[in-house]
Write a protein that binds this ligand. Structure first.
Ligand code: UD1
Length: 416
């Protein structure tokens, strides 16, 4: 998908079913190398990031089949511990294979993932933690050459509750000797999904969802069938689509508890929200209200992955909204594209000040990253006239057929 042409002005109204969570699928697919057996995983979205992870699994010798939204990974014939450089470069989060490969093979070579569109993304916490578990990691010519005869459980204190570092340690600790305790662990719902997967293959993990996770290493693992949790960021994005177009939407296959911080801010903007245990209904107000303070934080705080979509919403609200981005330092590129559509936004370091305007107008804009790209689609839905979102390939990394999904509830989006 090269670009999206959005004819703005239609209300988003109707019902949608949310796909499985990208940020759960990636570490769980990495975890399939651990058992050396057959893994059947349901609710896998069609995403370019999933394709990259599939290529990585095949490159190390797994047999991978996809039947609709179910993927079957047989990791019994693992025969290569080197991950092709271009695949790690294509997707930074593929670094989670490091913990899984070390756990299963005792050695792996991956290229250093480097930075990405939303700023530098160091992996020092991943490496420090794995070294504490006994891994020997050499950093040479842009590669990480990792070896460990015997990974040993230990107590790990993370300086920051990094999602990827928490996952890498959980994966490495599953087959390690002894007990690993992660303190100041990330608490994201996707960490709990990874715990459930590891336990389903016979691992012994507890505490995910809290700041302390305990992993007792085991010797053998078994086959599994697992269903991925719904994507809370995709759900949040579609709620904003209804809010920004003064529409109303009902989402199915959601876990409202995972979206509480987003729902709280959408209510502050004046949206009426009702939910059951697995549906959310949002009705937009006639006039959106500004959100005085939106600060991104690790879960259960407001997710950085919803920051850009909420900024798009605030461009059309009454009053002045203030966003503080605490997680990634360079995550405001979408703001400069929104300016081209008539938004009034000032950026000062980590703070964005958004003064609501009466209308946005269609323009040609560029999706520089996944969530920023989604924000431009949302702005395009509400804008007067036609918006062209270029570089739409970034959006396919995290949204399964976003154009088709939005068109099914009233949008007018054409893919090129
Ligand atoms: C994951 C999510 C991503 C989300 C992010 C924050 C996946 C596949 N991706 O990314 O969508 O935006 O969490 O919720 O799950 N950091 C370090 N050193 C490290 C690791 C991280 O300094 O070794 C810093 C990062 O630069 C960043 C912060 O910690 O400022 C959060 O990063 P982290 O939680 O690790 O994010 P990811 O796992 O990369």
């Amino acid at each position: 998908m090269g670009k999206l042409v959005i004819n703005g002005g239609n209300k988003i109204q109707g019902e949608m079913t949310v796909s499985g969570a990208k940020n759960s699928v990636l570490p769980i697919l990495a975890a399939t190398v651990l058992n050396g057996k057959v893994n059947v995983i349901h609710d896998i979205p069609q995403l370019s990031d999933v394709k990259v992870m599939t290529k990585i699994l095949r490159a190390v010798g797994c047999e991978v089949k996809r039947e609709g939204n179910t993927m079957i990974v047989d990791s019994s014939q693992l025969n290569n511990h080197k991950i092709p450089e271009e695949l790690i470069r294509e997707m930074r989060s593929s670094i989670v294979v490091l913990g899984a490969m070390l756990g299963r093979c005792g050695e792996t070579v991956v290229s250093y993932p480097g930075g990405c569109e939303i700023g530098p993304r160091p992996i020092d916490l991943h490496l420090k933690s794995l070294r504490e578990m006994g891994a020997i990691i050499e950093e040479k010519h842009g590669f990480l050459i990792c070896k460990s005869e015997n990974l040993k459980g230990c107590e790990i204190q993370l300086d920051f509750p990094s999602v990827g570092a928490t996952e890498n340690v959980m994966l490495a600790a599953t087959l390690a000797k002894g007990i690993t305790i992660i303190r100041n662990a990330a608490r994201e719902p996707e960490i709990a999904d990874l715990q459930n997967f590891i336990n389903a293959i016979g691992g012994k993990v507890s505490g995910a969802g809290s700041a302390t996770i305990r992993i007792e290493g085991v010797k053998e693992l078994q086959e599994v069938e697992h269903t991925i949790i719904p994507d809370r960021i995709v759900a949040g994005t579609y709620l904003v689509a209804a809010a920004i177009t003064k529409g109303d939407i009902t989402l199915k296959n959601v876990i409202p508890e995972h979206l509480q911080s987003t729902l709280y801010k959408l209510r502050e903007a004046g949206c009426r929200i009702l939910y059951t245990h697995d549906t959310i209904k949002l009705e937009a107000p006639q006039n959106l209200q500004a959100i005085e303070a939106l600060k991104t934080h690790p879960y259960p705080g407001f997710p950085t992955d919803m920051q850009s979509q909420m900024m798009a919403l605030m461009t059309l609200s009454d009053g002045i909204s203030i966003i503080t981005e605490n997680i990634f330092e360079n995550r405001y590129k979408h703001a400069y594209e929104l300016l081209r559509m008539g938004a009034n936004i000032k950026i000062d370091g980590r703070v964005a000040i958004i003064k609501g305007v009466e209308n946005l107008t269609g323009a040609t804009v560029s999706a520089n990253d996944l969530r920023g790209g989604a924000a431009l689609i949302l702005a395009g839905l509400a804008a007067k006239g036609t918006t062209i979102v270029e570089n739409a390939k970034h959006i396919e990394r995290g949204y399964d057929d976003i154009a088709g999904m939005l068109n099914s509830v009233g949008a007018d989006i054409i893919k090129f």
